[in-house]
Write a protein that binds this ligand. Structure first.
Ligand SMILES: CC(C)(COP(=O)(O)OP(=O)(O)OC[C@H]1O[C@@H](n2cnc3c(N)ncnc32)[C@H](O)[C@@H]1OP(=O)(O)O)[C@@H](O)C(=O)NCCC(=O)NCCS
Length: 172
């Protein structure tokens, strides 16, 4: 069955939370703590500086009515011509089956409707580089060379690299 792309809203918090709870260690690696009881609520509430809820889209993939992947996309951050991928997470049992690529393609399609957007951007926390860099390279992203501090949820500080691709460049 082909998964169905959906735009998620606050009513989907329980489904997103369920996906977050079984994350294969992602939250611990990146945030320094296991998923919190309000991890999904935080996803819907979080906004980068200067952005409003109208700029943020939380997308998902459902298979047999079960949420198997989630991605958040912010229009016009950090610049009007950039859309920012804040998170892409696939349920552990659905990984390695093209779901991450599939949901990312839906995000590309959404951003393509925004005439001012030319590029997609995301951050990869250093501790997650070995898990995610080949995935992002496969989708056409390359590091910009910028490093930014990442303030982890456990109070620690790490580094994250910035990655970009042009919106319409076909992935290699
Ligand atoms: C990273 C993640 C989103 C990938 O999702 P996925 O559904 O397993 O990836 P896909 O099956 O769509 O893979 C797409 C391509 O990337 C490759 N790929 C995926 N994960 C990879 C890995 N860890 N190492 C190397 N290649 C990888 C696949 O082989 C595939 O290549 P192909 O299209 O040429 O066959 C998923 O592993 C995940 O949710 N990880 C935890 C959260 C996370 O780290 N998110 C990224 C934050 S920066």
């Amino acid at each position: 069955m082909t998964p169905t792309p959906v735009v998620l809203g606050p009513g989907d918090v329980p489904a997103v939370q369920e996906l977050f709870l079984d994350d294969g260690g992602y939250c611990l690696r990146v945030h320094g703590h296991p998923p919190r009881p309000d991890q999904a609520e935080r996803l819907f509430a979080a906004l980068p500086p200067g952005k409003t809820a109208a700029d943020k889209y939380v997308l998902g993939l459902r298979e047999h009515d079960v949420l198997i992947a989630v991605l958040d996309l912010v229009r016009g951050y950090p610049k009007p011509e950039v859309a920012y991928v804040g998170l892409l997470q696939v349920a552990v049992r659905a990984r390695g089956q093209g779901m991450g690529r599939c949901l990312h393609e839906h995000a590309v399609a959404l951003a393509t409707a925004w005439p001012e957007v030319e590029r997609l951007r995301l951050s990869v926390v250093d501790a997650n580089l070995s898990h995610a860099s080949r995935f992002w390279e496969g989708l056409g992203y390359t590091p910009t060379g910028e490093q930014r501090p990442w303030h982890r949820g456990d109070g620690g500080t790490a580094w994250m690299s910035q990655w970009e691709r042009t919106l319409l460049t076909a992935a290699p």
